[in-house]
Design a protein around this ligand. Structure first.
Ligand code: GLC
Length: 546
């Protein structure tokens, strides 16, 4: 099946598109440094073209001390030498274009690195013109302005003796929050966006964008009072280019808010990442480390609410994985005997929905979680967690269980290209260990096997781009209470789609609705179909026309 190339100057092109999240550090190393780089990505563009994706969400490659793997940016308009040069970046944009693949820059407009020129100036004195680019509060050296906590642990305030003030940081102390209340700062950020638009990017992934309008005096981090105002201004000033696509990371979004963020008139963003579904297997009111089993009826209800809630009035992004989340096949599928079928099942469930799907690198191979020793982990969040929880008296074994299940490094292990040394990722020492299962799970093997997870994704992508029902169909949930089967329909005047997925490793009964009895199978993860009973992790899509 030939790739369908979408015209990216057309408004809303991304509604039929599939995006690919690429984590540069772990994708492909071209120098032997052990860290992936831009030339490595260039050498793998053909692979991405074969998969059929339309755009790459490129995790941060801007200049950075790499305290948080590039999410601490010290120059928004420069490429970090770790990854290459601006010329490499320009080549990537150009080579992508030739293949119909747009590039989305990932920018952290909520904060900068403490090594950013603005911050180095800001901390010099209270009258420095850059001082007000950040969020400062007075207070004695011993007492932070309030007891707000940072996402990565510890206080959200850091004292700077030179100015006798505390600055606010929602993440690491090396990631001071930018002060969006300052119009001059906002203009600087719009300049950054326009700089990348001129370079030819297809759009942006905007890091923790619902946290920009913070109001720490009232304890507000997400969904601050001026958020919609800021988003509208940013869109007007910097994002009005033909066909630009924006996806905002929004941990605090509910359906109501997401309707505004992703309003079809494009006044704010194209779409947001919301995380409600991904938080369903944690203990209510606790943190992601506090594990709980997934209730399928709850997942279905959540998906129904988002699918119906944004229909015609907003746009969903569809994902199970990203660089902050564990591998879905290990989480809600099975990474043992049923790895391949369960990876396909999860994709079937997601790819039947309305929205723009995001593949996270390696997901198309069914890559799995990893279990490392504490000292092998690189992520600052993991080490902070271990320190804090063991100090609070948690059993270290339980803390390690949480890390193995939820740690961000699960997703960040090097991409598995071949069965050769270091999975073909690097000729040097990989910055994070390669998962030992690379001899079995790798791109080379997947490309050669017509039944692989890779080829299944390729077919799903092609289906989405050629059939309108995926973009336009109304979502209706079937059997909401069923603990094992996730089934739904998507309907337009012309087309009727049924998606059926068994979320368990056991047989599960399912009665096919009458209307679909003679429908044709668009795709399925077992070679033949049986009536009345679904096999372990069985999934299929059935379709009939008007
Ligand atoms: C987002 C990123 C995450 C990063 C954080 C701070 O959640 O996805 O990787 O650590 O923001 O920038």
């Amino acid at each position: 099946m030939a790739n369908v190339i979408l015209d990216k100057t057309k408004r809303g092109w991304w509604k039929s598109a599939v995006f690919y999240e690429l984590y540069p550090k772990s994708f492909q190393d071209s120098t032997g440094s052990g860290v992936g780089d831009l030339r490595g990505i260039l050498s793998r563009l053909d692979y991405l073209e074969t998969l059929g994706i339309d755009a790459i969400w490129l995790c941060p490659v801007c200049a950075s001390p790499q305290v948080d793997n590039g999410y601490d940016i010290s120059d928004f308009c420069a490429i970090d030498p770790l990854f290459g040069t601006m010329a490499d970046m320009e080549e990537l944009i150009a080579e992508g274009k030739k293949r119909g693949i747009g590039i989305l820059m990932d920018l952290t407009l909520n904060h900068s690195s403490n090594q950013h020129r603005w911050f180095r100036e800001a901390r010099k004195s209270r009258d420095n013109p850059y001082h007000d680019y950040y969020v400062w509060r007075d207070g004695g050296a011993d007492t932070p302005p309030n007891d707000m906590r940072a996402v990565f642990g510890g206080s959200a305030w850091e004292y700077v003796p030179e100015v006798g003030q505390w600055y606010f940081h929602q993440f690491a102390p090396e990631q001071p929050d930018l002060n969006w209340d300052n119009p001059a700062l906002r203009q600087e950020l719009y300049k950054v966006l326009r700089f990348w638009v001129r370079k030819g990017v297809a759009g942006f992934r905007l890091d923790v964008i619902d946290q920009i309008a913070k109001d720490p005096d009232r304890g507000i981090t997400i969904n601050g009072p001026r958020l919609d105002e800021f988003l509208r201004e940013m869109s007007r000033e910097a994002l009005s280019g033909e066909g630009l696509v924006t996806v905002g990371e929004a941990w605090g979004a509910d359906v109501q808010r997401a309707r505004r963020y992703s309003a079809p008139d494009g006044s704010e963003l194209s779409m947001v990442f919301q995380f409600e579904h991904i938080g369903l297997d944690q203990q209510p009111g606790r943190e992601k480390w506090d594990l709980a089993p997934l209730s399928l009826p709850k997942l279905k209800e959540c998906v129904r609410r988002w699918q119906q809630g944004l229909y015609g009035v907003g746009w969903n992004s569809l994902f199970f994985n990203n660089h902050d989340l564990p591998r879905i096949v290990s989480r809600w599928g099975s990474d043992g005997e049923y790895r391949v079928v369960s990876a396909k099942m999860l994709a079937t469930m997601l790819y039947g929905l309305q929205g723009t799907p995001y593949i996270y690198q390696g997901e198309e191979l069914g890559m799995t979680n990893i279990r490392l020793k504490l000292e092998q982990y690189q992520d600052l969040e993991i080490h902070n967690l271990y320190r804090e929880r063991t100090a609070q008296g948690y059993d270290p074994r339980d803390v390690m269980e949480s890390i193995w299940a939820r740690g961000r490094d699960n997703a960040r292990t090097p991409m598995q290209w071949t069965a050769g040394e270091n999975a073909g990722f690097t000729t040097g020492t990989p910055w994070l260990p390669v998962n030992e299962n690379y001899r079995e799970i790798n791109a080379e093997a997947a490309l050669a096997d017509p039944d692989s997870v890779f080829h299944y994704y390729r077919r799903l992508i092609a289906l989405r781009k050629t059939m309108d029902v995926f973009r336009d169909g109304w979502f209706a949930l079937l059997c909401p209470e069923d603990e094992r089967v996730f089934a739904y329909t998507r309907e337009t005047q012309e087309g009727h789609l049924l998606v059926v997925c068994n979320f368990t490793g056991e047989h599960a009964p399912f009665v096919c609705p009458e209307a679909f009895r003679n429908a044709r199978a668009l795709i399925a993860n077992y070679p033949d179909t049986e009536q009345g009973i679904l096999r372990p992790y069985e999934a299929k899509m059935l379709y009939y026309g008007a």
